[in-house]
Design a protein around this ligand. Structure first.
Ligand code: ADP
Ligand code: MG
Length: 683
């Protein structure tokens, strides 16, 4: 079957112009796409309920004779009809109707209704049911009627017809090995799609609707398998490339170990070991290092970078914001300069001359470590011998960027770091193209952060508390509200808050930092705060990621109800870094909405980032959890990684097995499920 491409058979030319454009909007470009356009739900037109016995709360079909009808002008114009069968009668009420409907629906006509029965003022009624005139003995549907996701201008009838055609025209062969299906107890492909599009008369409609039917399981498995296959293929392709062997030599890493004021936690040692093993192989590492806020990822990154440098290779550390990149630069320079390592800084804001200088140092190999923002991975940047690329706060970059990095000519080893804890299911699905290491403990001696929820009205008490803490020699953050609609407004709010607090605390040294501050000013302010020359730092959410000032032990977050849970967790992680007991005060505008209350309760009750992430995922679902930044990923339409965890695990296993033993079948499966993705993956 080589060269066989079920995914590519385009729609016939008869479907053209406006319709095909609308179908395109639904993602329906080929017969295969139509086959995989599965019903949202079903309507049951296979049998009639006697009117008296029709249950409420769901869509039912009844049939009877019109015995009364009138157009009522009040209270709101309505066409009202009374329908009777042998068991009883009900009212049908139409608020939108045409003169010719009034002309046709006359007393004595037989009519079939599909809708929900409710208790009305005059007895049972259906409001705007689907209805049609029938003869006595008009046959009933012999299968449940599918209802499809659609868009304006494509009717259900149209879709049903097209999908019927597709079922006849498309290739429905099953690429999956029979033994695999048998082992997983999954039904064949053709039977499954037929079952879902045209369920047999005896199909259990409740089971179909709940998507627990075996045919649905097959579809979900297929979808998950396609996702796993595409990501594992990508993993293997990169894995097959070559990378420099960066063996542990130790002369630099041992020096840093000796100089650190702390010893590594067992978890840090374990992940370092995993990373070291990867670096020692001739294939590019593709590892994600996960660790909760404050778990100490930076020092792990530094030791990995030193391993590269020991081998005569260069290393690069990229951070998503300039603020964070600068912090890394300061910290890494402080660690590495005494070892004689030359560190270069590259960000968008550099002056031309500095930039030229930096680029030259990277190209000649003079600079051994580069720290910066996205600017590091612009095409104009050429490294002499990049051995290791480290991306901090990886979740801030999209999947596309992750892939793009990998396409640059020579293959460095890659280490991505993320403090957004991803629950296992999500990580299995979303990070299937990476190896994952987890730092699952915090350095010893950390005090848990006491979290307080305070209504806005009690702002004065909070102000007093901040003053007292600062006068007692502690440092504090005051985080201004997130204003998503307008960056300008956010800036204004931050500036006003700063002015207000400066006026309120004449005895304190107050600083301001926000995203628009010129880079040197930002460095100056952060430096002053770090050195203890500022007591209070007013900040926008730019400090969300990575900022590390251990002496800061109090944080106030305004309008906490506007922020996402992981964002709050990240922000709160800026305190509780030293050994002093820390407090985080979440100010909220009352009254709180139901969901806002639920979210704040989670952050109030939990300190563990993974638990917060799990709850957040349950509250929001994966798409929203990962955010639009990650929308590069082909997301799941049918499967639900929480509820279909068994299928996800099976798909993960099957994907590796198929790539190993049945690569052609894997290819065909992908052509059916992810034809676009397949093109995209061709490197
Ligand atoms: P994150 O994982 O959030 O990036 P950092 O790397 O910024 O965390 O580390 C947080 C703080 O903990 C830093 O001040 C760092 O120097 C310190 N730290 C890291 N590892 C240890 C350790 N094993 N023992 C004590 N402190 C540590
Ligand atoms: Mg960090």
């Amino acid at each position: 079957m080589a060269g066989h491409t079920p995914g590519k058979a385009a729609l016939p030319p008869a479907i053209s112009g406006a319709l095909s454009e609308k179908l395109g909007r639904l993602g329906l470009l080929s017969w295969q796409d139509l086959i995989l356009h599965l019903p949202l739900r079903y309507e049951d037109e296979t049998h009639l309920f006697p009117i008296r016995e029709a249950p409420g709360g769901r869509t039912v079909q009844v049939e009877g004779t019109i015995i009364q009808r009138e157009v009522r002008p009040r209270p709101r114009q309505a066409f009202v009809l009374r329908i009777q069968d042998a068991s009883g009668d009900l009212w049908m009420r139409l608020f939108h109707f045409y003169p010719n409907q009034v002309a046709q629906l006359t007393v004595g006509r037989r009519i079939r209704l599909l809708g929900e029965v409710r208790a009305g003022l005059l007895g049972p009624e259906m409001i705007h049911p689907q209805h049609r005139i029938v003869d006595a003995g008009t046959p009933l549907a012999d299968a449940l009627t599918p209802v499809y996701p659609t868009t304006a201008g494509v009717s259900q009838t149209r879709l049903r017809t097209l999908i019927k055609q597709a079922l006849a025209a498309a290739d429905l062969t099953d690429p999956l090995p029979e033994a695999l299906l048998a082992r997983l107890g999954l039904p064949p492909f053709a039977g499954s799609v037929r079952h879902l599009h045209e369920p047999p008369p005896d199909a259990d409609s409740a089971k179909l609707a709940s998507r627990r039917d075996p045919a649905w399981r097959r579809m979900k498995f297929d979808e998950l398998l396609a996702q796993q296959l595409s990501m594992r293929m990508h993993y293997r392709e990169r894995r097959a490339q070559r990378a420099p062997i960066l063996a542990a030599r130790g002369h630099l890493t041992q020096q840093l170990f000796a100089r650190l004021p702390f010893s590594l936690t067992p978890a840090q040692r374990r992940v370092l070991h995993e990373i070291g093993a990867d670096l020692g192989r001739p294939h590019p590492m593709q590892r994600l290092l996960q660790g909760d806020v404050g778990s100490g990822k930076t020092v792990v990154a530094a030791l990995a970078a030193l391993t590269a440098i020991e081998n005569g290779a260069q290393a690069a550390v990229m951070a998503p914001t300039e603020l964070l990149a600068e912090q890394h630069f300061a910290k890494l320079s402080a660690w590495m300069a005494p070892l004689g390592v030359r560190v270069a800084w590259l960000a968008a804001g550099l002056r031309k001359q500095e930039k030229t200088h930096c680029l030259a140092a990277l190209a000649s190999g003079h600079a051994q470590l580069a720290v910066g923002t996205h600017a590091l991975f612009q095409p104009e940047v050429a490294f002499h011998s990049l051995g290791l690329a480290i991306v901090d706060e990886q979740h801030r970059f999209g999947v596309h960027q992750r892939l793009a990095l990998n396409r640059k000519g020579t293959q460095p080893h890659q280490l991505m770091m993320s403090a957004t804890p991803i629950p296992r299911t999500l990580s299995m699905s979303y990070y299937a193209d990476l190896d994952v290491s987890v730092i699952d403990e915090l350095p010893p001696g950390r005090q848990p952060v006491a979290t307080k929820l305070v209504a806005d009205l009690r702002r004065d008490e909070v102000t007093a508390r901040v003053r007292a803490a600062c006068l007692a020699g502690r440092q504090a953050y005051w985080v201004c509200p997130l204003i998503e609609e307008s960056e300008a407004l956010q800036l204004k709010t931050a500036t006003e808050t700063y002015e207000r607090l400066r006026a309120a605390f004449p005895e304190l040294r107050v600083g301001l930092v926000h995203g628009r501050l010129p880079a040197p000013d930002k460095v100056a302010v952060m430096g002053a705060f770090q050195a203890g020359a500022l007591d209070l730092l007013v900040a926008t959410t730019v400090i969300e990621v990575g900022v590390d000032v251990p002496n800061a032990s109090l944080m106030v977050i305004e309008h906490a109800e506007r922020m996402g849970l992981s964002q709050l967790h990240q922000l709160r992680g800026r305190v509780g870094r030293g050994s002093v007991e820390s407090v985080c005060i979440l100010l909220y505008a009352s009254p709180l909405s139901e969901t806002a209350r639920a979210r704040l309760k989670i952050i109030y009750e939990h300190q563990d980032g993974f638990e917060i992430a799990r709850q957040d995922l349950l509250l929001r679902g994966p798409g929203e959890y990962l955010g639009t930044r990650q929308s590069g990923a082909a997301w799941l339409r049918f499967a639900d990684i929480e509820h279909d965890q068994d299928l996800l695990e099976a798909a993960r296993e099957a994907a590796d097995e198929m790539l190993e033993r049945f690569p052609e079948a894997a290819q065909r499966h992908l052509e059916r499920w992810l034809p676009q993705r397949l093109d995209y993956l061709k490197v």
